[in-house]
Design a protein around this ligand. Structure first.
Ligand code: TMP
Length: 232
């Protein structure tokens, strides 16, 4: 297999089928645009299992994703897409960069979810990007923006319900979309505790990558707890 891309947490390989890729989930965790970096044995397998369960749930709810099948402890077969250079972020509760930017506490529950984009560009530190700027730069059309927003808010509703059923609050998350060979925009990348903030419903214990970002204990123990609740 020919590696065509290596990111901070995943590698992408071409397959014999020109319309499919294989994604390998790595054990590496990074934070602060790669400034903090560490390997945790088993993290890739945990994220792959969690993403698989979530993508299968979303597909059942008619959300189009790149997911085809999970092949092993580290490999997922997906539809080939061209990833849009946008991070799509939804927040249900204040935390992270939101709390920092506006100087507010974490934990404020919003009446409505917020929707935001940032420009995927490591050199620029993934800056926040408004709708008009994404359109002006030709990254997406107005129609695509509207579709992505609508689809993302549907995904938020599905994920929120899914997680609250296992006693987890979905604080916020980041997703990425890609364009398939026919130009359709579909959900891609991963949905895992690397890309979501998940707090225990009763204790607010953090069970996501903030464990690593803030040195709160064992990252894999937190991810194992999330997976265990999903498998019940
Ligand atoms: P933030 O509060 O740092 O902006 O993060 C919001 C959510 O997006 C949080 O669940 C973590 C996730 N996220 C990523 O998955 N990748 C990223 O590069 C960033 C900045 C955030």
């Amino acid at each position: 297999m020919k590696k065509i891309y290596e990111g901070k947490a995943k590698e992408v390989y071409e397959t014999e089928n020109k319309d499919e890729y294989i994604i390998k989930y790595k054990d590496t965790a990074t934070a602060g645009n790669g400034e903090k970096k560490e390997d945790f044995e088993g993290k890739g397998a945990l994220n792959l299992k969690i993403t698989t369960i979530i993508f299968e749930m979303l597909e059942k709810a008619n959300i189009k994703t790149h997911y085809i099948e999970t092949l092993s402890d580290s490999e997922m077969k997906v539809k080939k897409v061209e990833i849009l250079p946008l991070e799509v972020i939804v927040r249900n509760i204040s935390a992270g960069s939101f709390a920092k930017r506006y100087g507010v506490d974490e934990g404020i529950v919003f009446e409505n979810p917020t929707f935001e984009l940032s420009y995927k560009n490591d050199d620029l530190g993934d800056p926040l990007m408004c709708e008009d700027h994404a359109i002006a730069l030709g990254l997406i059309t107005k129609k695509e923006y509207d579709y992505i927003k609508e689809e993302t808010l549907k995904i938020n509703s599905l994920l929120k319900e899914f997680f609250i059923n296992i006693n987890l609050k979905l604080v916020d998350f980041k997703i990425e979309f890609g364009k398939d060979k026919d130009g359709n925009i579909i959900l891609a990348d991963e949905i895992s505790p690397d890309t979501c903030r998940l707090w225990d419903k009763d204790t607010n214990e953090k069970l996501d990558k903030d464990i690593f970002r803030r040195n709160l204990g064992s990252l894999t123990k937190g991810y194992e707890e999330v997976l265990k609740r999903m498998q019940k």
